[in-house]
Design a protein around this ligand. Structure first.
Ligand SMILES: Nc1ncnc2c1ncn2[C@@H]1O[C@H](COP(=O)(O)OP(=O)(O)OP(=O)(O)O)[C@@H](O)[C@H]1O
Length: 881
C-alpha cells in the first residue's frame, strides 16, 4: 500500500512515473521512522527522499539547509508543484510563517541551522503535537570538520533530538568520505541508521580539461565561443579563482552583448541576491562567479560549467561542476588551467591552520593537479578519487576518451630517463622545479650554490620548455614512476621502485620504450603556435539540445520555451519551476491534444495541468498547425534520467543475439523456454543462457520485468531474501562461489546473478515484493498468456482485448456496489468506484465491466478523469490517484 501511495504522490506532485534507483528504499525507511544517511551524487534526486514522506503521512517535514537563497528557490519550486512549503530565516518577511508552521500548516518547512537551534521549545512541542514526519539535514557534510564546507552551527543540530522524540533524522549530502559519513552519524546521534550510498557518477556530464595562457587573448577567444553558442545552449556558469578574473570576463561578455551576470564575495548582499535571482529566472544567460556562487544553486537546467583556472581541490571541482545538468540532460564541464594555478597552495591556507591541515590542503591541490594532467579517462579518475570501484577505462564522454589518444602516443623513454636521473642526482629533496631547472641549464643562484651546474645532466633538457617537463613529471607520477610527497606546504618528488627498475634497465645508449601520451599541454608547448584553444569546446551544447528533433520540432521547442518563460514571469517564478526542460522537450515531441495526454506525460504534475494546462494546450495546438506538425505523437522513451540518455542498441554494447533475445522476451512476450527452443535456430539454446542474455540486457540499461523474470526462473521472494543474507554474510560480491556455498542446493548461480544485477541497478526487494503481491493469481489480469507474459511490471506487454476475455472469461471486476454489470453504463463516479482498491486495471477490463457504454465513451471518461488527476495510467493500467 505504501508503495502504491508513493507512486501516486510522485506522479501527482512531481509528474514522474517512476522512482530513481534507491529513492524508494530510502523513502520507505524514513516512513518507518528510521534515521537515514543519504550519500548520492548531485542531481541524483536526494531531495525527493525527504519531500515525499510528508506528502504521504500528512505531517510536516522540517529541512535544515545552509543557505537562504537555496531555501527560497526550493520553496518556490515546491509551491509550483502545489506543495505547501515555506522557510524561516532572516529574509522571511511574513511574520505569520512561524505560527502557521507550528499548527502543521506546511508540508515542508525549511530552516537555517541557526533558526532551528534557537527557536523556542514551545514551537517544537506544538509542531510535534500536530505531527512531524522527519528532520532532514541537507548538505550534511557541513557537520564535519573533515568536510570541505564545515559550518559550526551544524554541530549543534543534535540538540534538536531533545525536542523531536522518535522523529527520524535524515542526513543528505553529495560528497562525503567515510570519515565525514561517520562524523554525520555521530554528530546527529543517529541510531542504527539506514545508509544509502549511490554512485558519484554523473553520466550526462562531459568532462574536459585544457591548458591555457592567462591573458586578454584567451578571454577574447572564450567570449567569442560563448557568444556563438550561448543563445541556443542554455545557462552557463564561469567559475573564476579571483574577483579580478571574474570582473574581467564579466566586462568582456557584457561588451560582446551577452546577457551576463556577476557574483562574488565583495559584492553587497543585495547585489548578489539580484544577480542570483536573475540567473535562475533565465534573465541572465551566463553567470561569472567565484566559488561564493556554489552550493546555493538549485537551477536544474545549467548546461555548461566552465572553470577559468583550476579549483583548489577535486571535491570543490566535483561540487562546482556538479551544478551542471542536474535535470539529467547532456551538459558540458570544461576546466581551463595554467601551471601557476598549482603553485597557489599558500593562497588557500590560513595562518591558524595546523600542519596536518596544511598538508591536507596541499594534498587536495595535488589531486586537482593530477586530474588536470591526466591522459586517461577523467571520469574514471574522478570516481576513483571518491573511492568508487570503476570497471571501465573509457567512459566515452570526456575529452581524453573522445580524442584519439593512440595517435598522440610517443616513446618518451629518453626524456623520462633524463628527468628521473636528474631527480636522483639532486638528492630527491626537491619538487619538480629544481631538477627541471637543472635540465634546462638555469643559472639561478640556488643551482650554482648547490653545484648542480656541474652535474652531467645539466642543460641536457633545453629543447623542451619548463611546462613541458612539468607535464611529463605529472604523467610519471600518475603512472607510478615518481612519488610525490608533501611535508607541511613543501612538495618533494622521488623515484619510485618502478622508476628505479626503469633506470636499471636503461643505459646511456638504450632505454626500454616508454609510451606516453603527448597531452594537450605538451602539444601546445611544442607547437608554440597561437591557435584558438577554445574553438569547438561548446559546439555540442547547441547540437545536443536539438539532437532528437526535426527542424520544425526544434522551432516548436523554442517557442514552448518562450511560452514557459512568459508563464513563469506572469506568476513571478522561474521557468524551470513551471516544468523542466525535458518536459518541454516531450511536449514538443508528443504535442498532446488533451489534458489527459498532457497529464500522462513524464514530468507533468497535477499543478502544472491545473495552472498552465490550458495555455500549453492552446499554444501547442496553434503552433503545431502553423508548423504543420501532427498531434499526439509517440511518447519519448527518453525520461528525465540520471543515467546517460537511453540509447538505442547501436549505442549499447549488447550483442545482436542478446538484443534479439531481450526483444523476444520483453516486447514479443515469448517465454525463456520458447526463446531457447525457437524454431529456426541451428541448435536450441539452454534456457539458462537466454536468462543470462536477459540479465545482460538489464545491465546494459534495457528495461525488464523483474517479477516475470523471477517467476519464469522459479525464484520465489524467499530465495531472494536468502541470497540477500548470504551476500551480507560473505561481505563481498566479487566471487559467486562463496555466496553459493552459503545457500541451499536449489538456489542456482542464475538466481544469484539475477539478484546481484538487480542490486546493481538499484531495484529494491520491496519493489519485487510489491509486484509479487500485486500478482496474486486472482488479481492477475493475464496470468501467463500464450506468450507467457505477466502484465505486472512489464511496460511492453501488449494487452489485447481478446486475450483478456480468452484467458479469464469468468474474471470480471466486481464493483463495490455489487451492481449487475450486464448493461451497466460508465460514469465518472462508477469508474472511480471500480478502480478503488485495485492495483491497476486495463482498458479492456473496464470496458468489459461497463457493457452499456461504447469504447469511445469509456475512453473519453478515462481521459477526463486522468486530466483531472483523479486517476493515472501506468503501463497501460489505470489506477486511482
Ligand atoms: N524519480 C525521478 N524521476 C525523474 N526526475 C527526477 C526524479 N527524482 C528527481 N528528479 C529530478 O532530478 C533533478 C535533481 O533532483 P534533486 O534536486 O532532488 O537532486 P539532489 O540529489 O538533491 O541534488 P543536489 O545535491 O544538487 O541538491 C530535479 O530536477 C528533480 O526533479
Amino acid at each position: 500500500m505504501e508503495n502504491l501511495r508513493m507512486e501516486e504522490v510522485l506522479k501527482k506532485y512531481f509528474g514522474y512515473s517512476s522512482f530513481r534507483p534507491s529513492q524508494k528504499d530510502i523513502i520507505l525507511q524514513i516512513l518507518r521512522g528510521r534515521d537515514s544517511l543519504v550519500v548520492m551524487a548531485t542531481g541524483s534526486g536526494k531531495s525527493l527522499c525527504y519531500q515525499i514522506p510528508p506528502l504521504i503521512s500528512g505531517k510536516t517535514a522540517v529541512v535544515i539547509s545552509p543557505l537562504l537563497s537555496l531555501m527560497q528557490d526550493q520553496v518556490m519550486s515546491l509551491k509550483q508543484r502545489g506543495i505547501k512549503a515555506e522557510y524561516v530565516g532572516s529574509t522571511q518577511m511574513d511574520q505569520t510563517v512561524i505560527s502557521s508552521a507550528e499548527c502543521g500548516h506546511f508540508n515542508i518547512l525549511y530552516m537555517t541551522p541557526e533558526k532551528a537551534t534557537s527557536v523556542s521549545s514551545k514551537f517544537w512541542s506544538n509542531l510535534q503535537k500536530v505531527g512531524i514526519s522527519l528532520l532532514a539535514v541537507d548538505e550534511a557534510h557541513c557537520i564535519s570538520e573533515w568536510g570541505h564546507d564545515f559550518r559550526r552551527e551544524y554541530k549543534q543540530l543534535h540538540n534538536l533530538r531533545g525536542f523531536l522524540i522518535n522523529i527520524p533524522f535524515v542526513g543528505l549530502t553529495a560528497t562525503a568520505t567515510e570519515k565525514v559519513r561517520r562524523d554525520i552519524i555521530q554528530s546527529l546521534k543517529m541510531k542504527d541508521p539506514y545508509v544509502a550510498i549511490g554512485s558519484f557518477d554523473r553520466p550526462n556530464l562531459f568532462y574536459g580539461v585544457k591548458h591555457f595562457d592567462r591573458g586578454d587573448s584567451f578571454v577574447e577567444e572564450l567570449v567569442r565561443e560563448i557568444t556563438k553558442h550561448v543563445a541556443n545552449a542554455g545557462s552557463t556558469i564561469i567559475y573564476c579563482t579571483t574577483v579580478k578574473d571574474t570582473e574581467q570576463i564579466f566586462e568582456s561578455l557584457r561588451a560582446a552583448g551577452v546577457q551576463a551576470g556577476i557574483y562574488h564575495g565583495q559584492m553587497t548582499a543585495k547585489a548578489r541576491q539580484d544577480s542570483h535571482r536573475s540567473f535562475i529566472r533565465d534573465e541572465l544567460l551566463v553567470m561569472v562567479a567565484t566559488v561564493a556562487f556554489g552550493m546555493g544553486i538549485d537551477k536544474p537546467n545549467i548546461r555548461c560549467v566552465i572553470h577559468y583556472g583550476c579549483p583548489k581541490s577535486l571535491e570543490s571541482y566535483y561540487q562546482e561542476s556538479g551544478r551542471c545538468g542536474r535535470d539529467g540532460i547532456s551538459s558540458v564541464c570544461w576546466l581551463y588551467f595554467t601551471r601557476s594555478d598549482f603553485a597557489k597552495g599558500h593562497f588557500y591556507l590560513e595562518e591558524s591552520q595546523s600542519k596536518t591541515h596544511r598538508e591536507a590542503v596541499m594534498q587536495s591541490l595535488m589531486a586537482a593537479q593530477r586530474y588536470c594532467s591526466l591522459a586517461t579517462c577523467r571520469r574514471k579518475s574522478l570516481l576513483e578519487y571518491f573511492g568508487e570501484q570503476v570497471s571501465f577505462t573509457n567512459c566515452g564522454n570526456c575529452d581524453t576518451c573522445t580524442s584519439s589518444n593512440k595517435a598522440r602516443e610517443r616513446d618518451m623513454s629518453e626524456e623520462a630517463f633524463l628527468l628521473l636521473t636528474c631527480i636522483q642526482s639532486c638528492g630527491s629533496r626537491w619538487g619538480l622545479n629544481m631538477p627541471i631547472d637543472v635540465l634546462r641549464g638555469s643559472r639561478s643562484r640556488k643551482i650554482l650554490d648547490k653545484n648542480y651546474d656541474k652535474l652531467q645532466l645539466y642543460g641536457l633538457g633545453k629543447k623542451h620548455s619548463s611546462n613541458w617537463w612539468k607535464a611529463l613529471g605529472d604523467q610519471l607520477i600518475v603512472h607510478g614512476y615518481l612519488v610525490e610527497n608533501v611535508s607541511d606546504i613543501y612538495r618533494t618528488v622521488r623515484v619510485s621502485s618502478s622508476g628505479l627498475e626503469f633506470l636499471r634497465a636503461s643505459s646511456t645508449a638504450y632505454h626500454p620504450p616508454l609510451l606516453l601520451i603527448v597531452t594537450s599541454e605538451m602539444a601546445d608547448e611544442e607547437e608554440e603556435s597561437a591557435h584558438c584553444k577554445v574553438q569547438g569546446d561548446f559546439q555540442n551544447l547547441a547540437s545536443e539540445e536539438y539532437k532528437e528533433f526535426s527542424e520544425t520540432e526544434a522551432k516548436l521547442y523554442q517557442m514552448l520555451l518562450g511560452l514557459r518563460e512568459r508563464l513563469a514571469r506572469s506568476t513571478g517564478t522561474a521557468p524551470y519551476a513551471v516544468c523542466g526542460d525535458q518536459t518541454i522537450k516531450n511536449m514538443a515531441k508528443i504535442r498532446p491534444s488533451t489534458k489527459a495526454r498532457l497529464a500522462n506525460m513524464d514530468g507533468v504534475n497535477q499543478h502544472l495541468v491545473a495552472m498552465y494546462g490550458d495555455e500549453f494546450l492552446l499554444h501547442i495546438g496553434r503552433l503545431s498547425s502553423e508548423l504543420d506538425l501532427p498531434r499526439d505523437g509517440e511518447a519519448l522513451t527518453v525520461q528525465i534520467v540520471s543515467t546517460r540518455k537511453v540509447p538505442s542498441n547501436s549505442e549499447r554494447k549488447l550483442a545482436p543475439a542478446k538484443f534479439s533475445a531481450w526483444k523476444m522476451w520483453m516486447e514479443d512476450c515469448h517465454t525463456l523456454t520458447e526463446i531457447a527452443n525457437f524454431p529456426g535456430r541451428a541448435a536450441p539454446l539452454k534456457e539458462a543462457t537466454v536468462a543470462e542474455y536477459i540479465l545482460e540486457a538489464a545491465r546494459e540499461g534495457f528495461s525488464i520485468s523483474w517479477s516475470r523474470f523471477f517467476k519464469e526462473t522459479d525464484c520465489q521472494f524467499e530465495i531472494l531474501l536468502e541470497i540477500q543474507s548470504a551476500v551480507a554474510k560473505v561481505g563481498s560480491t566479487e566471487r559467486l562461489k562463496p555466496i553459493k556455498e552459503e545457500l541451499p542446493e536449489h538456489v542456482s548461480y542464475m538466481h544469484i546473478k539475477a539478484y546481484l544485477t538487480m542490486q546493481k541497478l538499484g531495484v529494491s526487494l520491496d519493489e519485487i515484493k510489491g509486484h509479487e503481491e500485486s500478482c496474486k493469481p486472482e488479481e492477475c489480469i493475464l496470468g501467463t498468456s500464450s506468450g507467457g507474459a505477466n502484465v505486472c511490471g512489464s511496460k511492453h506487454t501488449r494487452i489485447e482485448e481478446s486475450e483478456v476475455e480468452d484467458t479469464h472469461p469468468s474474471k470480471s471486476l466486481k464493483s463495490g456496489t455489487g451492481e449487475d454489470n450486464t448493461m451497466l453504463e460508465a460514469t465518472e463516479s462508477r469508474i472511480l468506484e471500480l478502480l478503488q482498491n485495485q492495483n491497476g486495471v486495463s482498458l479492456p477490463m473496464i470496458m468489459d465491466h461497463f457493457k452499456g457504454s461504447t469504447k469511445e465513451q469509456v475512453v473519453n471518461l478515462l481521459n477526463f478523469l486522468e486530466g483531472e488527476f483523479l486517476l493515472y495510467k501506468r503501463n497501460d493500467l489505470y489506477s486511482i490517484m
